[in-house]
Design a protein around this ligand. Structure first.
Ligand SMILES: [Zn+2]
Length: 176
């Protein structure tokens, strides 16, 4: 068994550790081997010959299926671009925001600008994910009055490029 509890994400390590301890107490042994491992972002029970031990492992994995990998809160399984993750809404929101910032910065830093080719030159507020838009300081928005008299807010490539250090700092916080 190469995997051990310390290699689990922080939110899971605490919960899995409790099952390891409970099993040790139940059997009056000093048990420290991990009961679960992570594969494809999901928790799986290790296989044991002992049915009681196997039961603890299964229960631990079952509990982790609804435990946030980051903070240990109640969570659900979510599919994010690269695979499965089990996160609560708050932690998932942070991770999603960090990814949205990556995407925005990538678009704003593309070398060639050809609006007819789909390259972004402006981002109207309503086309940005809500959380991402709310991270743009209010003084950085430009206003454009539409012919119908309605005003919309938007940011330009230059604005986004200028905000790069701010966004990078946000990502640092989000990714803790
Ligand atoms: Zn969480």
């Amino acid at each position: 068994m190469e995997d051990d509890t310390t290699s689990l994400p922080p939110g899971w390590a605490r919960v899995a550790g409790r099952y390891v301890e409970r099993y040790g107490n139940a059997r009056c042994v000093r048990w420290s081997e991990p009961l679960v491992y992570v594969e494809d972002g999901l928790p799986w029970p290790h296989q044991f010959n002992d049915p009681v031990l196997q039961g603890f492992a299964r229960k631990a994995a079952k509990t982790l299926e609804s435990t946030c990998t980051e903070c240990g809160s109640v969570a659900k399984r979510r599919f994010c671009g690269t695979g499965w993750t089990v996160q609560c809404a708050a932690c998932y929101g942070k991770a999603a925001l960090a990814l949205q910032i990556d995407e925005l910065l990538d678009q704003a830093h593309e070398e060639t600008v050809n609006p007819f080719d789909g390259t972004r030159v402006v981002w109207p507020e309503h086309e940005l994910p809500v959380l991402l838009a709310s991270c743009i300081p209010s003084e950085c928005w430009r206003r454009m009055v539409l012919p119908v008299g309605q005003a919309i807010r938007y940011v330009s490539r230059e604005d986004v490029r200028g905000l790069t250090p701010w966004f990078k700092k946000l990502q640092q916080v989000m990714r803790g």
